[in-house]
Design a protein around this ligand. Structure first.
Ligand code: COA
Length: 192
């Protein structure tokens, strides 16, 4: 049984090199409208993510994800409507640790913060229909596939669609994740 601690901390400017280690890889950007990044693009992305922490009201919460002290990914929580309590999550993991539960742990922590700390009512995420790993993560998080939006982004190989997954606050409470109190997200592969 594998169990490790995944921690999400406010992203900092010093994290840009770690971010670039995956944002410069074609396999990571395959279904995204961005990338592979130049160093300048990654620096600008990280600077904007850091700057968002000082905006009032804050709508973007960008976290560096650490496992064993190494930054291996990022997770973001976006408040799309404060009045309607709507949010969106996004995440990325370095390929060297794909398939070890990190993406799911990030998603779980982001949902917890969105519902428990920000008081959101609904949180959604989107992914390219071909992005089976991301769809699997969203399914493991207990999110419901709500439908497909067509031609939401023009990427390298043409127009891509977006599968929409959503979860409501009551559904999140029913899932009953309990080990967020440690300050990080523990994951246990046998539980997925
Ligand atoms: C999507 C992503 C975050 C997943 O990260 P991860 O740490 O590998 O996620 P997890 O290990 O928690 O779960 C991945 C699941 O997808 C499954 N999976 C991976 N590739 C798959 C494929 N081609 N077909 C079906 N399932 C697949 C894994 O087996 C695992 O499921 P399991 O636990 O039931 O075995 C990572 O692949 C990534 O960063 N991709 C590039 C960026 C991206 O697409 N971000 C999401 C934007 S929508």
């Amino acid at each position: 049984m594998e169990r490790q601690l995944v921690s999400l901390d406010r992203v900092g400017l010093a994290d840009w090199r770690a971010v670039h280690s995956w944002a410069s890889l074609a396999e990571v950007c395959r279904f995204q409208a961005w990338g592979p990044n130049t160093e300048g693009q990654t620096r600008a992305f990280v600077a904007a993510a850091v700057e968002a922490w000082s905006q009032v009201p804050q709508r973007r919460f960008a976290y560096a994800v650490r496992v064993g002290g190494d930054v291996v990914g990022m997770g973001e929580l976006h408040v799309r409507s404060r009045g309607q309590r709507q949010g969106e999550i996004t995440y990325v993991v370095h390929p060297r640790v794909w398939g070890q539960g990190v993406g799911t742990a990030i998603g779980r922590e982001l949902l917890g913060r969105g519902f428990d700390e920000l008081g959101l009512h609904r949180i959604h995420a989107t992914c390219d229909p071909r992005n089976l790993a991301s769809a699997r993560v969203l399914g493991k998080l207990g999110m419901t596939r709500e439908g497909r939006l067509r031609h939401t982004a023009l990427i390298r190989d043409g127009w891509r669609d977006s599968e929409v997954f959503g979860i409501l606050e009551d559904e999140w409470r029913a899932v009953g994740w309990t080990d967020r109190a440690s300050g990080g997200a523990c994951w246990d592969r046998d539980h997925f």
